[in-house]
Structures are given as structure tokens and as C-alpha cells.
Design a protein around this ligand. Structure first.
Ligand code: PEP
Ligand code: MN
Length: 279
């Protein structure tokens, strides 16, 4: 270890003169570098038909990665908890049909084998960002991890959490700013937009933004998605539903497939200005 690595708490994730931007390849899609990647889909997988129709729509709109929760971290134990393994099966099936990689949340170390079998990117949700046992195990796998910032986590703590995964040997970590808890309660969370350029300065890992959970309101999701692109994010992960009023989870923040299409056209304009390309 050189002097520089000894003095930083996250030597493996730190951006130094020796590192270049990490690019993560997932079945033909490259995340990071000068690419801008759209990950989109429902908050939760609700049925095979629901997932299929939303997946086809987001694919057509230009999303490259399909999102969908099979294990849902809900505030109330009485809320829909996800279809669990059945949901993972639908994700895999539809991913293969559309040739579109999928990202889904891993809630516990017990589900790692199941997740590895069905999904391409394992998402660590905000509530689990400092589940160090989980992070250590994810360091041992050979699939990318999408690590979301905890609602009360500092940037330093997010980078420390990422370091756990890299320390285990897994170099493919994507960081996600998804809003933090502040005194402001007009929105579900407060998107810390400055976290994006700060993270880009501090780490070589790709950084994406989740404007859906940051706002909780579909009508302001596009504005924040555009802002994310303008400040240099490597992509967005956004919730889309074809019938938001009937969604079993997070309907109020879901874009319609048409909204997503319009958003992507605008994102392409911003991406061009800042030198990012759509993959
Ligand atoms: C989600 O992506 O569905 C989710 C629960 O996100 P977060 O962990 O950011 O709340
Ligand atoms: Mn959600």
C-alpha cells in the first residue's frame, strides 16, 4: 500500500491519479465511463403480465436495464411484500425474452444464491446500505452490485459501504443517490444533487440517480432526472407503471411509459451537451 491508500478510509473506491473510471459490462450494456444508462421498470413485480407489458414498454422507450423488486422492504408488514422467488422467475424469463439485463433488490444474505440465478445486478436498498454482513458476502460474488445511499448516510459512509464490497474482491459496484432525509417533507426525500459531482470526484465507480424515491411524485421525477444527467450522473433508475393508480407499491412516483419516452428524448439532448452517450 502506498501512502495515499493508507490515509484514505476507502483506498479501493477512491479516485486517484492511478485510477480510471470503472466501466461495468452487463450483457452488452456498459455502465460508467462516458455512457448514460436508463434502468426502468415497476417498483415491484406484481404479476407476469404486469412485468411483461411494462418491460416491453420501457424497452421500446430506450431503457437498457429492467428494474423490478421481488423482495420489497416495506414500512408496514401489512403492505405487499413482493412475489419473492416467483417474481425473480418472471424477471429472468422476461429478461431473456427481451435480451434486457435485470436489477432487483437483495434483502438478505439468505437470498444470494436465488438472486444470482435470476438477476444480473443485485441492488442493495437504502435500508441495507450498512448491513455489513450482506456487503461482505456481496464482495465475494461475481455480479455487479447497485448500492443505494441510505436515507441518513453521509457520502463518506456510502463510500465506506462500497469499500466493503470491493475489499471482498467484487469490483463492480454502481453507486446510487436516491435522496436523503431532511427537514423538508414536501417530497418523499431530498435529492442531494451535489452528491453526484462530489462522488465523481472522490471515486472511480459509476454513479446513478434514482429520482423516483427521491421525490415520491411522478410529476417532478423528469425534472430531477434531467438534473442528474446535467450534473454528470452515469444513468438513472426510474420507476414506471402502466397503471400507477393500481400499483401495489409506489404508484404515486411511477412514470407512465409515455412519460418515460418523452423524458428519454430530453435526456438525450442533455447527454449530448455534456459529452455522454446513450448505450
Ligand atoms: C426500490 O428501489 O424499490 C427501493 C425500495 O429503493 P430504496 O432502497 O432507495 O428506498
Ligand atoms: Mn419503489
Amino acid at each position: 500500500m502506498n501512502k495515499e491508500t493508507k490515509t484514505t478510509p476507502y483506498p479501493l473506491v477512491a479516485h486517484t491519479s492511478m485510477t480510471q473510471a470503472t466501466r461495468i459490462k452487463v450483457s452488452g450494456v456498459t455502465i460508467g465511463g462516458d455512457n448514460f444508462t436508463i434502468m426502468a421498470g415497476p417498483c415491484a413485480v406484481e404479476s407476469r403480465n404486469q412485468l411483461k407489458s411494462i418491460a416491453e414498454a420501457v424497452h421500446k422507450a430506450g431503457a437498457k436495464i429492467l428494474r423490478g423488486g421481488a423482495y420489497k422492504p416495506r414500512t408496514s408488514p401489512y403492505s405487499f411484500q413482493g412475489l419473492e422467488e416467483e417474481g425473480l422467475k418472471y424477471l429472468k424469463e422476461i429478461s431473456e425474452e427481451l435480451n434486457m439485463p435485470v436489477v432487483s433488490e437483495i434483502m438478505d444474505v439468505r437470498y444470494i444464491p436465488q438472486m444470482l440465478e435470476h438477476v444480473d445486478i443485485l441492488q442493495v436498498g437504502a435500508r441495507n446500505m450498512q448491513n455489513f454482513t450482506l456487503l461482505k458476502e456481496l464482495g465475494l460474488i461475481r455480479k455487479p452490485v447497485l448500492l443505494k445511499r441510505g436515507v441518513g448516510a453521509k457520502i463518506d459512509e456510502l463510500l465506506g459501504a462500497a469499500e466493503y464490497i470491493l475489499k471482498g474482491g467484487n469490483k463492480d459496484v454502481i453507486l446510487c443517490e436516491r435522496g436523503i432525509r431532511t427537514f423538508e417533507d414536501t417530497t418523499r426525500a431530498t435529492l442531494d444533487i451535489s452528491a453526484v459531482p462530489i462522488l465523481k470526484k472522490l471515486t472511480h465507480l459509476p454513479v446513478i440517480v434514482d429520482p423516483s424515491h427521491a421525490t415520491g411524485q411522478s410529476d417532478i421525477v423528469p425534472a430531477l432526472a434531467l438534473a442528474a444527467c446535467a450534473v454528470g450522473a452515469d444513468g438513472i433508475i426510474v420507476e414506471v407503471h402502466d397503471n400507477p393508480a393500481q400499483a401495489l407499491c409506489d404508484g404515486s412516483q411511477a412514470l407512465s411509459p409515455e412519460d418515460l419516452e418523452i423524458l428519454i428524448v430530453k435526456l438525450k439532448g442533455i447527454a449530448e451537451v455534456i459529452g455522454k452517450k446513450f448505450n
